[in-house]
Structures are given as C-alpha cells and as structure tokens.
Design a binder for this molecule. Structure first.
Ligand code: UDP
Length: 236
C-alpha cells in the first residue's frame, strides 16, 4: 500500500496517510525508549514482533466484541488501522504492583493488588505524562464524563479478556497501558498497540520478566523475551 504524508513519528511507530480517508498505515519500528525518552536503544526485530502481537490481541478482542482500530496486517511491520483522533489519555490497568506504582505508593513489586486499579495519565511528552484524575481530565477537556466512564469500563473488560488469554500462555498480566481514539463518526475504539512494550508480562511459574522492563532495567535477553511471548501466543 502506497504511503503518503507521514503524520506522526512516535517512539515506536510512524503513522502515514494513505489513499483512503478512513484509514492510516502504522509502521512499527525497532526503536525503544524508556524513562520519558532519556534512555534510547533498539530491540532487534521488535517492530515486526510487536506488529504481529498487537494484531493477535486486537483480533482476539474483536472476537469478544471489543472494538479496536485494527483493520489488516499489511506486511511484517505495517498495520492498516481505522482513522481516529487519539484521546490524549493513557489508561493504565494494574493487577500486580510494579513500576511507578511501587515507587509512588511505597509498595513492594510483585504484590497482588487484590483488585484491579485503573489510572489515567495525561499524554503529554513535555510534561512527562503526569498521573491525573477524572476532574483534571474534565477540566482540561481531554474527554467527556461519558467517555471517561467508557474508557474505564472498556479497560476492565480488556483486562479480563487479556488476563485469561495470557494465563493460557502461562503468562501473568501485571499491568498495561491502553490508548483510545474516536472516528469521524464518533465511534470510540481501542487504538495504539498491545505488546511487551506496553504490557508487563511475567512467566507464571518463575516470574521472569518477559517485557520491556528487560530493556529499561538492563536485564539482557530483551529480544529473546519478546520472541518467547510471541511463541507462546501462537501456541495458545
Ligand atoms: N506504559 C506504557 N507507556 C508509557 C507508560 C507506561 O506503555 O508511557 C505501560 C508500562 O509498560 C507498564 C504500564 O504501562 O506496563 C504501567 O507503567 P508504569 O506506570 O509503571 O510506568 P513505567 O515503569 O513503565 O515508566
């Protein structure tokens, strides 16, 4: 498919216009960043793996009635998606304590939260994506009250679906980040990606980290971890 103007280049993806007004082409890159862009690197073959894994998760969610922007896998690194305006809120869902939650609340990493926690972050690189609450989101006009309710409800439904699916792969879904968008017709869709870049995934038995924390924390074996997740997903 012929790429036209590049609309956006993010840390891990590029988004292009194509010759249809209801879709975009997304290209997945091998670039990896962490700590708000302070740490940069490459993870070999990550673009292709994340493209495959995201498509896998989007298809699974669609089968379960959760609408996503996914249309088609075009090539190794290219995905065709519905055109949406991204809501500038990162929705983080947590089942087990890790990352910034451990630091912020002084909790030990690995503790089961006992209930699912949903958080909103304001998607703004210059501000370092700060944690916000519903009234901040409303005051900043990032979304309507109804949309915030819907983001939370969908995030919980996605968590249930992904947790069960990953359990079948002997993977623990520790936490993950979602982004949503609105089509020209006003339809709210899950957008962005679902991959080991955006999810913390631990082996259920050994609790070995099989996600971007291997890159963030210099644990080594980053490529192998992404490949292992994809291998297990294909067997599920
Ligand atoms: N996350 C993400 N992009 C971000 C921030 C977080 O995909 O810009 C994901 C991250 O991979 C993890 C979850 O959201 O699965 C919660 O991340 P956390 O708030 O602990 O921050 P981090 O430790 O990733 O900086």
């Amino acid at each position: 498919m012929q790429r036209q103007k590049m609309l956006y280049e993010g840390k891990a993806k590029r988004v292009y216009e194509i010759a249809r007004d209801d879709a975009y082409l997304v290209e997945f890159k091998d670039d990896a960043t962490a700590f708000n862009g302070e740490k940069r690197g490459q993870i070999a073959n990550k673009g292709a793996l994340n493209n495959q894994m995201s498509a896998h998760f989007f298809r699974l969610l669609e089968q379960q009635g959760i609408r996503t922007h996914y249309l088609e896998t075009l090539s190794d690194r290219e995905m065709l998606v519905k055109r949406v305006r991204i809501i500038p809120i990162e929705v983080v869902v947590r089942n087990i304590v890790a990352g910034t939650l451990a630091k912020r609340l002084g909790l030990a990493e690995g503790v089961d939260l006992g209930r699912t926690v949903v958080e909103f972050y304001y998607k703004d690189d210059a501000l370092g994506d700060p944690l916000i609450n519903r009234s901040h989101a409303l005051a900043l006009k990032l979304a309507t009250r109804e949309q915030l309710d819907e983001l939370e409800a969908r995030a919980l439904a996605i968590n249930e679906s992904l947790t069960a699916h990953l359990h079948a792969c002997q993977l623990l879904l520790v936490d993950f980040k979602l982004e949503f968008g609105v089509t020209a017709d006003g339809e709210l869709l899950l957008a962005d990606e679902i991959s080991p870049d955006t999810c913390r995934l631990w082996d259920e038995t050994t609790r070995e980290k099989l996600d971007k924390d291997r890159f963030r924390r210099d644990l080594g074996g980053v490529e192998q971890a992404y490949e292992e997740v994809w291998r297990r997903l294909q067997q599920a």
